[in-house]
Design a protein around this ligand. Structure first.
Ligand SMILES: CC(C)(COP(=O)(O)OP(=O)(O)OC[C@H]1O[C@@H](n2cnc3c(N)ncnc32)[C@H](O)[C@@H]1OP(=O)(O)O)[C@@H](O)C(=O)NCCC(=O)NCCS
Length: 164
């Protein structure tokens, strides 16, 4: 097996064939705990959700692989000139400092396509330190604390170079 370095990590957009790996990752306890909707996801709802997102021109899901092993995802939802970003990494690949490089690669790929997006927004729970550190590392700045569904989230911004 090649070394776990950035050069050996492959990024590509998700397709419907990825439904199972995305389903497992999305139902991981830490992923659910840190999401806005913490309920477990049902398979049928997941497949319908993925079908809709794959054809949508406002939604981009990037998957990362190392030697054919699924590492995680970075996804974007466009709302006008802003895009909301989120990241999740498969349990076995956490703690290996992959989050920041994955964010960078994901953002780079996304901004090549989403030319009108001026700002990328991340909502992170204040206790989610590994996520906060990773977003800070790639240039996101704290904007404000906000309540979503009665849960406290920190809102972070990254201003896109596309806006210059
Ligand atoms: C958030 C997530 C993507 C971060 O990835 P990760 O593999 O755990 O983190 P990394 O190994 O890349 O480390 C990122 C930084 O956080 C630090 N860190 C890791 N775990 C930590 C912890 N429990 N407390 C504080 N810092 C921590 C690391 O030391 C590193 O900082 P450094 O480079 O300054 O030393 C991953 O934990 C995950 O998928 N979590 C579940 C889903 C989630 O929370 N998504 C984010 C929603 S906004």
């Amino acid at each position: 097996m090649s070394e776990l370095t950035l050069e050996n990590i492959i990024i590509r957009e998700a397709s419907l064939n990825d439904a199972k790996i995305l389903f497992e990752l999305s139902n991981d306890d830490r992923v659910r705990e840190n999401s806005i909707n913490t309920d477990k996801i049902e398979w049928e709802n997941h497949v319908n959700w993925l079908k809709e997102k794959i054809i949508s021109s406002n939604y981009y899901i990037y998957l990362f692989f190392y030697d054919k092993n699924f590492i995680g995802q970075v996804k974007f939802e466009i709302e006008d000139k802003e895009a909301i970003i989120s990241i999740s990494i498969v349990n076995e690949y956490r703690g290996k400092k992959l989050a920041a490089p994955m964010l960078l690669k994901g953002i780079e790929s996304f901004l090549k396509i989403a030319k009108n997006v001026e700002k990328i927004v991340a909502y992170i729970r204040p206790e989610n330190q590994s996520s906060i550190k990773s977003f800070n590392k790639v240039g996101f700045n704290f904007h404000e604390q906000t309540m979503i569904k009665k849960i406290k989230f920190n809102k972070y911004f990254l201003v896109s170079k596309n806006s210059e």
